[in-house]
Design a protein around this ligand. Structure first.
Ligand SMILES: [Ca+2]
Length: 446
């Protein structure tokens, strides 16, 4: 009897689940025809594989096919349908561009005085890691504290390792608490070079017949060129932006229809437009990234008081158009969001994960940023769309596609996503809306 009752409960649950899935797909499908999309030129948005685009399912910035489901986040992003894959770039000691989100290979915990915190076995406690560098006794002496764009960080830094040493390391999942399933891929993948990502895009384009571009970001150009130091205290003094162009030229990969170059700093983008690219005989479209607060670090370093908020005024955007093709804003600059407050004024943890995040934040009225940028003739590629409950506003009711649909209706020209499968499905839906043909959204699984 108990078994039967459980079985009936299961059937009810299954039917409810199916109904919600069917409702979901009807809700997401469009029968109505729209005459054109609200993008800058009426074109469909581009899907940019953030740190690869399979990043929701594999450790970020991994490349390669090790058999079975052991394929890197960049490979998976392409498989999902990303139009561009995004390699972030930092530099090794021997001046090779490698693909990582920051020079820090693994960050360790420090106390309030900045002293390293050790565990019972005398090992430094890792606070956040994207590689297993802490496991290498040979590299223990390279642990150091550096100031990265105004913040002291204690850890191991890419510029203190040769490429051969970097290749001994393996990638591990950055967000194990949010993406625990991805930790089974820890320790498998090497840290890729920029050349490996170029080769992947080129090879997969030839194999699929689909255009696959790259969207490199020079990370911390002021740090590498002026502010940063090696372990022994000597200045790094590397122009990462010049290295990027040199590498693209050496690879004969300079088609402006296949590349966007992005940066949170301004002077390196201007330098690219005015000096570096003309000298190299190339002209690649540039994207000015816009953080939700603060200032570009090159402005801070040179005591320029301008902020990101100044850059996105109509006047600031006209300035950006003199060197860039588009902007890459934080999505909250387009659709602001904030948590609800309880009677004590404390934010409410809506999804009950013990933290306050976008997953607890309710959407506000959209800003005019997309139309302001379009008026200035700039494309708008927002960052970052993610399907995890931690990152998804409760207003989307657990349906990540609704967030894409909102931004596409607002006229977004492209989006960085950790889940290129969702990004691709949303783009197909937008294309279908131009035809008026009823389209059933399907999201491919990893
Ligand atoms: Ca929460």
């Amino acid at each position: 009897m108990l078994r039967l009752k459980s079985y009936l409960l299961f059937i009810c649950f299954f039917l409810a689940l199916s109904a919600s899935m069917i409702l979901g797909s009807i809700d997401s499908s469009r029968a109505s025809k729209v005459s054109k999309l609200n993008t800058l030129y009426g074109q469909p948005p581009i899907v940019i594989g953030h740190r690869g685009g399979g990043t929701g399912y594999r450790p970020e910035h991994t490349v390669g096919n090790l058999g079975g489901d052991r394929i890197g986040s960049h490979n998976l992003g392409i498989k999902f349908g990303a139009d561009y894959i995004e390699p972030d770039l930092v530099v090794t000691k021997d001046k090779v561009l490698i693909v990582r989100h920051e020079p820090v290979l693994s960050m360790v915990m420090t106390d309030s005085s900045g002293n390293i915190v050790y565990d019972a076995n005398g090992k430094p406690v890792v606070q956040q890691a994207t590689t297993n560098v802490a496991d290498f006794p040979d590299f223990a002496s390279r642990l150091t504290t550096k100031n990265l764009d105004g913040t002291n960080i204690t850890g191991w830094f890419a510029e203190d390792f040769t490429l051969a040493e970097i290749k001994k390391l393996r990638a591990i999942e950055r967000l194990p608490a949010i993406r625990p399933d991805n930790t089974r891929f820890n320790g498998l993948f090497q840290i890729p070079t920029f050349d490996e990502v170029i080769n992947l895009a080129r090879r997969r384009e030839a194999e699929t017949g689909r255009k696959i571009g790259i969207y490199p970001e020079t990370k911390h150009p002021t740090y590498f060129a002026q502010a940063g130091h090696y372990l022994d205290g000597t200045p790094i003094n590397v122009n990462i932006t010049q290295l990027l162009i040199d590498d693209l030229v050496a690879n004969k990969y300079t088609d402006p229809d296949h590349i966007f170059i992005q940066s949170f700093e301004v002077s390196n983008l201007r330098d690219l437009k005015e000096n570096i690219m003309p000298a190299a005989g190339v002209d690649i479209p540039l994207i000015q990234l816009i953080d939700s607060s603060g200032s570009p670090y090159d402005f801070v370093y040179h005591n320029n008081p301008q902020t990101y908020a100044d850059i996105i005024t109509p006047q600031g955007l006209r300035q950006v158009r003199t060197y860039a093709t588009g902007i890459g804003p934080d999505k909250r600059l387009i659709v602001p969001a904030a948590p609800q407050l309880d009677s004590n004024g404390k934010p409410i943890d809506i999804n009950g994960d013990g933290q306050i995040s976008d997953g607890d934040s309710f959407l506000r009225q959209p800003t005019s940023l997309i139309s302001d940028a379009h008026k200035a003739g700039l494309l708008v590629h927002l960052y970052t769309l993610r399907s995890d409950s931690y990152f998804l506003s409760p207003d989307y009711q657990g349906q990540p596609l609704r967030e894409y649909e909102q931004f596409i209706k607002l006229g977004i020209d492209g989006y960085f996503t950790d889940f290129a499968n969702f990004g691709y499905a949303a783009k197909q839906e937008a294309i279908a809306s131009l035809t008026g043909i009823r389209f059933k959204v399907s999201v491919s699984q990893p």
